[in-house]
Design a protein around this ligand. Structure first.
Ligand code: S3P
Length: 168
């Protein structure tokens, strides 16, 4: 029985939530989407939090709820695309969780997020700005994760890779 959380990190649209749901079914471990949890606890949508209180307030909520949720291992936690770019977030989970960076190429990501009104950062930025953000974050995703997993082929390959890694 796994005694750590499985945390999925990576840019918006990289497939974290879908992978988390499928992993949850395969491994019979509960799954929580950190963004959905923030929405549930605050009673506000993600765009409402960004618009009313700003991104730094959202980052503080993200940190607070990641900290409390990650104490309930084993849990599968899918994080928002900014969460695991912060060292302070990796620091609170690095010992009780296995963090997987889900890597998908930017063009595939952009197709998945370009019309999404529930993603304030995708909404307000041009393709070029988002590509710059993706490049800026890439090294952080690598640094603040235990494993780097490709999600450019079929999703089952990605899920099976994660399962192999946690069994090693
Ligand atoms: C964000 C990604 C979103 C959400 C928020 C900020 C980011 O999550 O947490 O809009 O900074 O990349 P997804 O990765 O699920 O889109």
């Amino acid at each position: 029985m796994l005694n750590k959380n499985i945390i999925l990190s990576g840019f918006m649209g990289s497939g974290k939530s879908v992978i988390a749901k499928l992993l949850s079914i395969k491994l019979k471990i509960n799954f929580i989407d950190l963004d959905n949890y923030i929405v549930q606890e605050s009673g506000l949508t993600i765009p409402e939090i960004f618009n009313k209180s700003g991104e730094s307030f959202f980052r503080a909520l993200e940190h607070k709820y990641l900290k409390s949720l990650s104490k309930n291992q084993p849990l599968i936690i899918s994080t928002g695309g900014g969460a695991m770019t912060f060292k302070r977030n990796f620091d609170i989970v690095k010992n009780n969780s296995i963090v997987f960076f889900i890597d998908r190429n930017f063009d595939n990501i952009f197709e998945a997020i370009k019309n999404d009104t529930n993603r304030p950062l995708a909404n307000k930025n041009s393709k070029e700005n988002l590509h710059n953000l993706f490049n800026l974050r890439f090294d952080k995703y690598l640094k603040y994760s235990h494993f780097h997993v490709d999600n450019n082929k079929d999703i089952d390959t990605c899920i099976n890779k994660i399962i192999t890694l946690i069994q090693e």
